[in-house]
Design a protein. Structure first.
Length: 750
């Protein structure tokens, strides 16, 4: 959604044709009834009386602080809602003073001002008459002249009236510069009465402080406010935005030369202005400038700089600390575990268990089917059986789903890293850290490839020097969604003992999913196996490639596979099937596939809309940003359980836990029938469908396809072009992220 209002071009999907629909109009009328107000005013349904209209007009939109009795001039369009009928969607509004004594009484007595009800409203109007509102604006202290209003109540009413004045001023100011009411409400909630001053001083702060407002939108507002193209505040913001974009792409820092080029191109200014801005921001401490090993200056957002330093120092501390032996006869323990589990450990697996019990920090990595889970289960079993004093072992993973799988595999409790470290939303920090470390002898972290540099710094800081750390993950998968390549860097430092598992075990080797994951990893084309002679009924293969060069037909094929073909053939529910696309855009991108699948799977279900998006009961949805208050994180997938269309709120179930979303939260959700491969990290699905097409040429890479294939447990289906599949398998180039963690670990170790 853009910060600035846009007149609608054409009609919403499903909107009925009607006279005047879709054409922007202006109405003026009095609010007769508030049907609903939620999201702190970001969504309101009201009925207004408009002269010349036979019935009350329903208006919907962002109407922060508007009471019954208010006279409004609203701008927007009529639309027909399938359930609620004809209504007027507000794009902008101004408040007009009530014209009659009765209107003023209703306005004051509507509950707008705490301490004034209908009775006191009548007394106030009787005292001040038609000038009531002007007197309250100019001389609010005169409220004490009203019988029954003592000093305490009078002071409370003055404060409440002043707050309403500020809300009106902010809304009028922002809408005057084209800011939509929804974003105006969000800006007021962020800055309160200081909103106008903050925005005038530096409108670019909106891009960093207010969710949903980007740099380009803030830049347009700044231009409307008269801020020059070459101004310091604009160039500073452009540099910070360029650093933010790089962080979103996974980079911890940006080489100074590249940063200057990108920011100058974005801002359309000379390089010299950007160079000066980098120096200014460095002196102010908003960014950090450090020399890399090759002598080229690296520019960091200050938080990422501190995180990288802290992670390196924290790991070096763990590696250098002396620890007492756990007192386990490991050879005897390994033999016991083999008997108990009825398995024969491979030499690599035995070595991994040995190191995890003996060494302070260990990495275990490998692809599917190599026994990583067997190792973790063995470590937990041995320590709980052979250590008489009972070592404290804590199990964690970056996501809820990964933690649940870890718990199921080991039979022991496991939690997310955020819960392990006791995230405190009110403080914006973890409760566990160097001042209050975890009480643990061993911490095991699964899916460690998902750990970004910030989380790594917090994790390492929360471990006491006597705690051992085991990082388990597949380093060949895509790196974390957040900045950094922590697992790869820890291994690359050469300072941390690492066991790379390569042997595929017999049971796993019977799966074409496992076989082909390793073939793709090694740059070989997938093996599709041999179709059985007795036809599809006897086909037990779990990996298929369905060739379809036309992207539109391929998209429709994917829809049919999810909605009917795979459920009918394999007894799967559509909820068991995840589509993973290399990109968001295009016919085979996640956005279009989500629309096709929503139309196929939840047609006619109750829905609410947020801009162009519709959310329906039964829809699979994904969280788009970390929301620590709700305890849901970027990439978490849930299902819409129920919704209230009038209240514009819905309830999503994430791993058997219900989370409520109001109108102002809905931008954090998107449909998730199809997701990008990057968003699938740490998750497993019964069946995975992967579009592979030259439409996604820039994203056709071996590690991307490898990651997608390893997400499937029972079935993987590739759909698309044989040419594209060949390109992806052959393209072993990995887009390197800018990170200095490995060299910092080496330096910290001495």
């Amino acid at each position: 959604m853009d910060l600035f209002e846009r007149a609608r071009a054409g009609k919403d999907k499903g909107q009925e044709q009607g006279q005047g629909q879709g054409e922007e109009q202006t109405l003026e009328g009095t609010v007769e009834r508030l049907v609903f107000s939620g999201g702190n005013g970001e969504f309101t349904v009201a009925r207004i009386e408009v002269p010349g209209e036979g019935d009350l007009v329903t208006i919907v939109g962002s109407l922060l602080g508007i009471p019954v009795g208010a006279r409004l001039r609203v701008r927007g369009v009529y639309e027909n809602n399938a359930r609620f009928g004809r209504q007027f969607r507000v794009a902008g509004y101004t408040e007009v003073a009530p014209e009659t004594l009765e209107g003023i009484k209703r306005y004051l007595g509507s509950g707008l001002i705490k301490g004034i009800g209908p009775e006191f409203a009548a007394r106030i109007v009787a005292r001040f008459g038609i000038q009531t509102l002007e007197i309250l604006d100019a001389e609010p202290g005169r409220i004490g002249e009203i019988a029954g209003i003592g000093p305490v109540r009078a002071e409370s009413i003055k404060r409440a009236w002043a707050e309403q004045q500020e809300i009106r001023k902010v809304m009028v100011f922002l809408q005057g510069y084209g800011v939509s009411p929804a974003f105006a409400a969000r800006i007021y909630k962020r800055y309160g009465a200081a909103a106008i001053a903050r925005v005038r001083e530096n409108p670019y702060r909106l891009a960093f402080d207010v969710w949903g407002i980007g740099f380009l939108s803030a830049d347009r507002l700044a231009k409307a406010l008269g801020i020059g193209k070459d101004s310091e505040v604009r160039v500073n913001a452009g540099v910070r935005h360029s650093l933010d974009e790089a962080a979103q792409a996974g980079h911890v820092f940006v080489p100074r030369e590249i940063l200057v080029q990108r920011a100058a191109a974005l801002l359309e200014v000379d390089d010299a202005l950007v160079q000066a801005a980098v120096d200014r921001l460095g002196r102010s401490g908003e960014i950090a400038i450090a020399a890399t090993e090759d002598g080229q200056p690296a520019v960091y957002e200050i938080g990422l700089f501190r995180a990288e330093e802290s992670a390196a120092q924290g790991l070096a501390r763990l590696l250098g600390a002396s620890r007492t032996s756990v007192g386990v006869d490991i050879d005897r323990a390994l033999a016991w575990y083999e008997r108990e589990a009825a398995i024969a450990l491979a030499p690599q697996q035995a070595e991994a268990i040995r190191r995890a019990i003996q060494d302070p920090v260990v990495v275990i990595t490998g692809g599917p089917g190599v026994g990583k889970t067997t190792i973790v289960r063995g470590i937990v079993s041995i320590l709980s059986t052979f250590v008489s004093q009972g070592l404290r072992v804590l199990l964690a993973a970056p996501t809820g789903r990964a933690a649940k799988r870890l718990s199921e595999a080991t039979g022991q409790p496991a939690t997310t890293l955020h819960r392990l470290l006791e995230w405190r939303p009110a403080d914006g920090q973890f409760g566990r850290g160097s001042a209050r470390p975890l009480e643990a002898d061993l911490v095991v972290v699964d899916e460690a490839s998902m750990i970004d540099i910030r989380l790594a710094a917090d994790l390492f800081a929360a471990l006491s020097s006597s705690t051992r750390l085991l990082l388990v993950g597949d380093v060949d998968q895509l790196p974390s969604v957040g900045p950094g390549t922590v697992l790869r860097d820890v291994m690359a430092s050469g300072k941390v003992p690492t066991v790379r598992l390569t042997q595929i075990f017999r049971q796993a080797a019977r799966s074409l999913i496992t076989l082909n994951a390793h073939r793709i990893h090694d740059g070989e084309p997938p093996d599709l196996g041999t179709p059985p002679a007795d036809g599809p009924a006897g086909d037990t293969r779990d990996f298929f490639f369905l060739e379809e060069d036309d992207p539109v037909r391929a998209a429709n094929l994917i829809r049919d596979l999810v909605a009917t073909r795979l459920p009918r053939r394999y007894g799967l529910r559509p909820a068991d099937i995840q589509v993973l696309s290399p990109m968001h855009r295009g016919e085979l991108g996640a956005a279009n596939l989500n629309q096709l699948l929503q139309d196929a799977l939840t047609p006619g279900a109750d829905e609410i809309r947020r801009g162009a998006r519709a959310y329906r009961v039964g829809d699979r949805v994904m969280q788009l940003r970390n929301n620590y208050d709700k305890d849901v994180f970027n990439g978490d997938i849930g299902q819409v359980a129920r919704l209230n269309r009038e209240a514009q709120e819905l309830v999503v179930v994430f791993d058997d836990r219900e989370v409520s979303y109001q109108a102002d939260d809905l931008d954090e959700l998107t449909l998730a029938y199809a997701a990008t491969i990057h968003k699938s990290q740490g998750s497993e699905y019964a069946a995975v469908i992967v579009p592979v097409h030259t439409q996604h040429f820039v994203m056709l890479a071996r590690n991307l396809l490898y990651t997608a294939v390893t997400r499937g447990k029972r079935l993987v289906v590739l759909v698309g072009s044989g040419k594209a599949l060949g390109i992806a398998v052959r393209n072993g180039d990995v887009a390197l992220r800018c990170s200095r963690l490995a060299s910092r670990i080496v330096a910290a170790q001495g």
